[in-house]
Design a protein around this ligand. Structure first.
Ligand code: ADP
Ligand code: MG
Length: 329
């Protein structure tokens, strides 16, 4: 197939909504944003061998390329709307393209986002998605507005993807059904768009967790010039993670490390003023991912971690998790 029939077959398959004045097929797309909205624009690239192993299933790659961009829109409290796809492939493998595009379109339909253009080139496998979203004027939730006294929450559970990667890379054998669910967290993370829609009404600052909670909360802390305290025993851990670590004989300390510093969770981390806590609680519905309080914003800088025994360890605002030290507070 030539480039044009490839685009037609695998990518120009949606019926675009009214906001797409002109979709795939011309020099550019023409989009009609709502007049009272700000636009949110974000890009993420996945490179084979860097962001995923070359042999990763194409359905997982298609899902993840879109999911990581949707996650960024969620973290601003936005509505995702349109995206472009720059696809670099080593050769035309129709089976690969079929699985990749089917999974990409499935996630796109789920969140009602339209593929409006892109580029297709030959070279080492790499996928760049640019996502455009909308948010009520002036209402995007930035990283820079957290205040001392705000509660810190995270959605979902932490460490699932990192533990999956750890088990895969080290050939650690665990129960197949549990491993399958952990792999789903790694390969097909669900962007927290619905959760972001509620959180945007209550949050002072928000970020999505792509590089681990410590690193990403650290971005909120430095952008807001504040510090935070966190209780590691309150970190939300999934049943899968607990069972898997048990089977793999991984220690609690190690497990907490995965939850604190493991990447690829794509959960939201959010700061919420005290005055908003009951309203937030009331608007949270059971169909959403669970929301767990993990700590509190304080004055100063850096992140202070407390374990179950009240032992503290500090972590630089910008860097990764360090270790628990010996003294108690
Ligand atoms: P141009 O040379 O004008 O950049 P291209 O030949 O690269 O156009 O692409 C033709 C049309 O197909 C354009 O509308 C472009 O946005 C779209 N397109 C190309 N590759 C993709 C892709 N992988 N996914 C979606 N649309 C694509
Ligand atoms: Mg082009």
């Amino acid at each position: 197939v030539d480039e044009f029939s490839l685009i037609e077959r695998y990518f120009d398959v949606q019926t675009p909504p009214a906001s797409v004045v002109l979709g795939i097929g011309d020099d550019t797309a023409i989009l009609k944003p709502p007049s009272t909205q700000d636009l949110l624009v974000t890009t993420d690239t996945l490179v084979s061998g860097v962001h995923f192993p070359a042999e990763t299933h194409p359905a997982a790659i298609g899902h993840k390329a879109l999911a990581v961009n949707l996650s960024d829109i969620a973290a601003m409290g936005g509505e995702p709307a349109w995206f472009t796809l720059a696809l670099t492939i080593p050769d035309i493998d129709e089976g690969w393209l079929e699985a990749f595009s089917a999974s990409l379109h499935e996630l796109a339909r789920r969140y009602d986002v339209s593929l409006v253009g892109g580029d297709t080139t030959r070279g080492p496998l790499s996928i760049t998605v640019t996502m455009i979203g909308t948010v009520t004027e002036g209402k995007a939730i930035k990283r820079s507005n957290a205040k001392p006294g705000d509660a810190v929450f995270v959605t979902g559970s932490l460490g699932d993807a990192a533990l999956a990667l750890h088990c895969l890379q080290n050939d650690i054998e665990i129960d197949a059904a549990i491993m399958a669910r952990l792999r789903e967290a790694l390969d097909e993370p669900m962007p927290r768009i619905d959760e972001g829609r509620i959180l945007r009404n209550h949050a002072s600052a928000m970020i999505d967790i792509s590089d681990g909670l410590v690193a990403d909360l650290g971005h909120i802390l430095s952008a807001s010039s504040v510090a935070a305290e966190m209780l590691t025993q309150q970190l939300p851990l999934s049943q899968n993670v607990l069972e898997a670590t048990n089977q793999a004989k991984i220690t609690t300390d190690r497990l907490i490390q995965f939850a604190l510093t493991g990447g690829d969770d794509y959960e939201l981390c959010v700061a919420v003023p005290e005055s908003q806590l009951s309203a937030l609680q009331q608007s949270w519905s059971p169909s959403l991912a669970p929301l767990t309080r993990v700590g509190t914003i304080t004055t100063g800088s850096g992140l202070k971690l407390y374990d179950a025994d009240g032992q503290s360890g500090t972590s630089a605002a910008t860097g990764g998790y360090t270790h628990f030290d010996e003294h108690t507070d």
